[in-house]
Design a protein around this ligand. Structure first.
Ligand code: NAP
Ligand code: G4F
Length: 329
């Protein structure tokens, strides 16, 4: 039985990845930081099922703890390691830049160094981000590729770029099987409630249920390439099954404004014009914005045979249905 270790296992991607790997017969060691309130809601179903429970073990771990990761890697010698944990909210990274950077940049380095030292056969996945492109204009009509110039515009994105390059350095210098997935925005019913898509689908569900009448939002004009998280964790796994480690763009190759996402959700919910409910709040604008993201996943399609199954409208409908389900009598 293969063993996989996942940081941030109780986050959106960590939980879908744990589901996928367990379904493939892996023993999954999930790493989670200690919090004062229990926040295992996204993985509780794994505990509740006796079969998946027997393939799952949780340990406490924080990205700041270099010694802990040495011990964990030494103990389990996992076949695969997925570094998913991060302070992942771009706007928040302007409020807590040092904390964000320490976890993402130095935390990644600690893990890579620990793999090199005590478990060099472990295959490594780095959660890189389309946010790293920032306001670069180095794209064509098909979008950004793995080699497009990156011009990050947030503390989060600079830290992700540091981790991205460090992964490449460890791959080349020490011949680690270390790959980075440059993932464009991906969402799901498990998406954190303060990211814009989930904020919109939850608000639409509550408005339809008569429990909310206003939705405060920031910039509606930025464009994002939105896919489904369940599709994207399959790409992570596929990267680590290749003989050669590499970097891959994972995206749908379609881009939409936040406004278009709003229109799809409010129309599908039968609420009509979103302008009746949405107010623009200047506090929700960022000091710097990434205006446009479109990913070209041609390499992933060719090498990994990976394709997304959901486009933005299908994703938006899935998320709304999930958020509205508790209100259906
Ligand atoms: P998420 O839902 O915010 O999950 C992040 C996970 O990291 C949570 O389990 C969180 O724990 C954990 N974490 C945060 N700080 C930590 C620390 N100091 N030590 C240990 N664990 C810590 O994020 P996601 O959407 O699943 O994204 C997964 C990864 O992909 C992140 O690295 C993100 O930056 C990156 N990414 C995401 C997207 C996207 O669109 N979703 C796109 C590109 C890249 P708590 O639950 O306790 O906060
Ligand atoms: O949903 P968002 O917060 O996602 P963002 O900033 O694109 O970052 C996400 O995707 C990245 C990949 O490109 C990941 F690396 C990162 O971890 C995260 O998962 O914001 C999307 C857009 C932005 O332009 C933002 O300004 O929506 C705009 N927006 C407008 N009103 C809002 C809001 N964003 C949030 N979170 N909340 C609002 O009220």
């Amino acid at each position: 039985m293969k063993t996989a270790m996942i940081t941030g296992v109780n986050g959106q991607d960590g939980s879908y990845l744990a589901d996928l790997l367990i379904s493939k017969g892996y023993y999954v060691v999930g790493l989670k930081r200690r919090t004062s309130s229990i926040n295992t809601g996204r993985v509780d179903h794994i505990y509740d099922n006796p079969i998946s429970n027997s393939q799952f073990k949780m340990h406490y771990y924080d990205l700041s703890d270099g010694a802990a990761i040495v011990h964990l890697l030494d103990k389990y010698q996992p076949n695969e390691f997925y570094n998913i944990a991060a302070q992942s909210h771009v706007a928040v990274s302007f409020d807590v830049p040092e904390y964000t950077s320490d976890g993402i940049a130095q935390g990644t380095l600690k893990i890579l160094e620990a793999i090199r030292t005590v478990s060099p056969a472990t295959r490594y996945y780095q959660a890189s981000s389309s946010e790293m492109y920032g306001d670069s204009d180095d794209y064509d009509q098909h979008g950004y590729t793995e080699t497009s110039r990156m011009m990050p515009v947030s503390p989060y994105a600079v830290a992700k770029l540091h981790a991205h390059h460090m992964t490449r350095v460890y791959r080349n210098a020490y011949e680690l099987h270390a790959s980075s997935g440059i993932l464009f925005n991906h969402e799901s019913p498990r998406r954190g409630e303060t990211f814009v898509t989930r904020k919109i689908t939850m608000a639409a569900a509550k408005i339809k249920a008569g429990l909310q009448n206003k939705l405060l939002l920031g910039n509606l004009d930025s464009k994002r390439d939105w896919g489904f998280a369940g599709d994207y964790v399959e790409a992570m796994w596929l990267m680590l099954q290749q003989n050669t480690p590499d970097d891959y763009v994972i995206a749908t190759n379609r881009t939409h404004t936040v406004r278009e996402f709003l229109e799809v959700v409010f129309d599908y919910a039968g609420l009509g014009d979103y302008n009746k409910y949405v107010e623009i709040d200047s506090r929700l604008f960022r000091p710097n914005e990434v205006p446009y993201l479109l990913g070209n996943p041609a390499k992933a399609k060719q090498v990994l045979s990976w394709q997304p199954k959901y486009d933005m409208p299908a994703l938006a409908r899935m998320m709304f249905d999930s958020d509205y389900a508790p209100f259906v009598k």
